[in-house]
Design a binder for this molecule. Sequence first.
Ligand SMILES: O=P(O)(O)O[C@H]1O[C@H](CO)[C@@H](O)[C@H]1O
Ligand SMILES: [Mn+2]
Ligand SMILES: [Mn+2]
Length: 398
Amino acid sequence: MARAFLIVMDSVGCGGAPDAADFGDAGANTLGHIAQVCAAGGAEEGRSGPLRLPVLDGLGLGAAIRLASGLAAPGLGATPQGRWGAATEVSRGKDTPSGHWELAGVPVPWDWTLFPDTRPAFPPGLSAAIAAAAGTAGILGDCHASGTRIIEDLGAAHLRSGWPICYTSADSVVQIAAHEGAFGLDRLIALCETLAPRLHAMRVGRVIARPFTGTPGAFRRTANRRDFAMAVPGETLLDVAAGAGRMVHAVGKIGDIFSGRGVGRLWKGADDAALFEHLLALGETAEDGSLTFANFVEFDTLYGHRRDVAGYARALEWFDARAGVLLARLKPGDLAIFTADHGNDPTWKGTEHTRERVPVLCAGTGTGEIGLCAFADVGASVAAHLGLLIPGPGRSFL
Ligand SMILES: O=P(O)(O)O[C@H]1O[C@H](CO)[C@@H](O)[C@H]1O
Ligand SMILES: [Mn+2]
Ligand SMILES: [Mn+2]
């Protein structure tokens, strides 16, 4: 029986979203702009020259960027050997849950609650509730911030006061950073779990625990991040596959994004390299008829939000080589789709996600142009490949 591998390269957008201007992102193009900077010699740290992604480009990456945005990305543009296209999101958020849920067949029908970019950012009742749940006299932060910056700025005050560092972004999110040793990892995770129902009721999409270690001047975040996401508002690809008795393997943060629903087995790792080892192993061992759904987050967290073009390019080139190993392991009848959940253009202003279309690159189902499709069509196509049908607006392009 057929197997399916749905692989999300977190934030690897390809521009051209028709509603990008509504998000202040008209012209943003994660892949296109990285390729341009690389070709101009502007991304030379730990790598060199034009962006080289022979495996993904061979499936149709350059063609997908051109289709999505009209941009001819330097170094990309091989004749596609896979089935390729670009997907457009309809959910009104450019965040990870919106993107993944819609890829799994369920667009988000509501407007998320966003906090204003003011100080304080949170309503007083919420700040008080966080402090009460933490057992502290107050909270630190209470603003929009980049997560690495805010622990540099407030980490020492956190160690002195014991107060949790609370911040948000252009996403519908409350993030709480705390020191693993001084505050306690279990305590931080319990705090986020306690607050999640209240925030979900306000239509805040996620509460994220952001543990860190180290000393002033040398704080660093750990891999023990935990996301508490709202429940998906509909039956997803994962639900349908699990309901049909299929094994669903969730690699990386997929389990968190779907609140564990429909997940048969979780595969976690300290970094994307470890997650890719799980994916390669699943290429050998995943059951007939199974779904493997993987997220690779470092493009987004380590490079997109940090506006690090060379780092992003390095990560893409590393990933491309690993993708080649995976493709060589696939068996006849397998489908692998490489796609993304939103953009995070490292050449763009600020430190936030960018509203973009995403590439859809399929291996194992021949050659041809899919054209422009919807995010939900990805989930519908994976389902169709597995002999399943998901509800919702998605239509299979296979
Ligand atoms: O700056 P850091 O903490 O990485 O936060 C980023 O990660 C969050 C979740 O993906 C987003 O809301 C974005 O702000
Ligand atoms: Mn994401
Ligand atoms: Mn992000």
